[in-house]
Design a protein around this ligand. Sequence first.
Ligand SMILES: [Zn+2]
Ligand SMILES: [Zn+2]
Length: 371
Amino acid sequence: MNNLTATQDFQIPKKMKAWVLGDPDEVILTEKPVPEPGRAEVLVRIDAIAVCATDLEIISHGLPAIINGGEPFNKNFTPGHEYMGTVVKLGPNVDEFKPGDRVTVEIHAGCGRCLRCREGMYTSCLNYGHPEKGHRANGFTTDGGFTHYAVNNINTLVHVPDKMSDEEATLVVTAGTAMYGLDVMGGLVAGEGVVVTGPGPIGLMGVAVAKAMGAQPVILTGTRDSRLEMGKKLGADDVVNIRNENAVEAVKYITGGRGVHYVLECSGAPDAINEAAQMVNRGGRICMAAFPKDPVPVDLAHLVRNNIYLFGIRGEGKSGTHRAAAFMEQGRFDASMIHTHTFPFEKVPTALKYARERIEDAIKVVVKMDH
Ligand SMILES: [Zn+2]
Ligand SMILES: [Zn+2]
């Protein structure tokens, strides 16, 4: 019944255009069959997709899951994971969604059968990279969104309210990742100081979410004044340009010498962890949402002596996207502020270039489909 409705409402072609990995730093436009949704899945017509820094790394170095296996590139693979669209077809027995629903997607569909998935930590699924066990990670282990259609598990879908634009909906997963970081640190940030280090998209959303959750003060550190200004608009009480000021001293000064309870590290700077450890008070909590490429020395004695908790997050776990989407629907912050550029589907290489080179101060570059 549902499938009949779906095919009646939407003309679904057999083939679709898709961007795929070519040589390093190259994507090629090709054609692929439109995938079929299976059990607990729907077919999503992609309406908009944002470029993420991780996409640029995958396009440059190949898939993370492949790197250890030898072959550095996986040609014919479609990258892209920050997409939203319209449900156009339902898998067998799916009644949680209907054709025509606007949805944005989480990246990770856990297998649902391992211990971590059962704990809600599906972004750390123990069957990561095993689609035959039900695991999917859009644009990482299974085909992503720089194409016209994608299959998604229903547990990765978040309803998009009518008033939210396609472009803004692509940012839900970014805000959801920041939300997950605050969640794993304990989540009770109301009235507590939060430092966000690094004003990239996740850091800026970290500021917005922390403020929406009642944190006080929210302090953002970074190197570029334009990004710090945006952080202020998204809710930062104080910003620190670390080119002009010592970040640790500034945080101590702002907090009357006490330091903060939480640091959300989004810069990936080599010394960020040691600085974060000096910004938090005794018993404070640090969540690493970014990391430097190479191993770095860490002052462990300081962490242990001060009972400092250290967390790392992968992606948008524990349904953080649903809570972030709720904040966005309620207008608690304007995520669309970080969306700076839009390109059509044919211009994906240009969109990637704008994101990579931060042309015109690009933050979030969105590719909008024209159906
Ligand atoms: Zn991303
Ligand atoms: Zn699992």
